[in-house]
Design a binder for this molecule. Structure first.
Ligand SMILES: COc1ccc(CN)cc1O
Length: 330
């Protein structure tokens, strides 16, 4: 089996990407955020209080002839940005890009935090981290990828996220039309359940490459790139008028500033993030101050290779034993 589906930016600064999925019989279509940084598949549902639903599509299990309540099971998740949700669990048929999983655990939200309510074009998440992170209790549930794996032509899924454009997620195959050159793989330690790996170093603009093992997680569900403070200060030292603002919670700079590129290494390969990806967004619609797409990870306790980095490459998440992650230019 294999599947392929679109990864559509939900706003003009690529804050998140959503993918159409179908749930149940007859199929109900929702737009979900495929998130390699978590392992819960949850949706806005008919059980979500209407005060917390603002324009999202919902899953109504009672309208599906193939839905089954997973009796006595609940879940509750909190994300790094402080957002969260909780609820009950059904199983139902679940399809992404033509790839179907029967009896996928679909976590129906009984409560969502305000930032999810405000994100009206996002109807939930599909966790693609390792199933050990799943929060359903008393028995944890498998991710869509773990359920699909036995039937996949190849035990992989790929992410081809794009800057201000629609990309794709593929399951079960590697589309050689989506990248150039070779795929460089590196080891993944799946503890405690993230796609954790190292960068081999970095460079700022035309500067010399600094070899240094930088451990972090490749996370399609995080918008920006979060790296150690020393690297981030070295980057913004090259940006006229840049400052680390307590008020805005990170590095800001005049929108008119010229930004350098940022290059990261995977083993011997090099991937360059264009300056435009790092000139992330104005701090408010009419402001001439901009917020950077590269920020310090010091408050997070972990480095996060989010969409700003991932959209500069074609990324292969390989569920082989041992797992590995691959990067190619595109
Ligand atoms: C759109 O909002 C979110 C999307 C994905 C995650 C998980 N990293 C958390 C969020 O608050």
């Amino acid at each position: 089996d294999k599947g392929s589906a679109a990864a559509i930016p939900i706003n003009e600064v690529d804050i998140a990407y959503v993918t159409p999925v179908t749930i149940g019989t007859p199929p109900q279509t929702l737009m979900l955020d495929l998130d390699t940084g978590s392992s819960d598949l949850w949706v806005f549902s008919s059980l979500t209080p209407s005060t917390q639903v603002r324009g999202q599509e919902i899953y109504t299990p009672t309208k599906s002839s193939t839905s089954k309540l997973l009796s006595g099971h609940t879940w509750s998740i909190r994300y790094g940005d402080g957002s969260g949700s909780r609820g009950s669990v059904y199983t139902d048929n679940f399809t992404i890009g033509g790839l179907e999983v029967r009896s996928q655990a679909v976590q129906t939200a009984l409560e969502v935090s305000s930032s999810f309510t405000q994100e009206q074009s996002l109807d939930g998440l599909v966790g693609l981290g390792f199933s050990t992170l799943n929060t359903v209790r008393p028995s944890s549930q498998l991710t869509f990828f773990d359920n699909a794996r036995p039937n996949l032509d190849e035990e992989v899924f790929t992410a081809d996220l794009k800057y201000h454009a629609t990309g794709s997620y593929d399951f079960g195959f590697i589309d050689s039309k989506k990248y150039t050159g070779n795929i460089t793989y590196t080891a993944v330690q799946q503890s405690p359940g993230y796609w954790t790996h190292s960068l081999s170093g970095y460079s700022v603009g035309s500067g010399a490459f600094q070899a240094s093992q930088i451990s972090g997680i490749s996370d399609t569900g995080t918008t920006l790139l979060y790296l150690p403070t020393a690297i981030v200060t070295a980057y913004y030292r090259q940006v006229q008028g840049a400052q680390n603002s307590q008020y805005y919670g990170g590095y800001v700079f005049p929108c008119s500033s010229t930004l350098p590129t940022f290059t990261f290494g995977i083993e011997g390969a090099r991937f360059t993030i264009p300056a435009s990806y790092i000139n992330y967004t104005r701090i408010s619609p009419t402001s001439t101050t901009c917020y950077g797409g590269l920020q310090s990870s010091s408050g997070l306790g972990i480095n996060i290779f989010g969409d700003v980095a991932l959209k500069a490459a074609f990324v292969v998440f390989s569920g082989t034993n041992p797992p590995r992650i691959g990067f190619a230019t595109k």
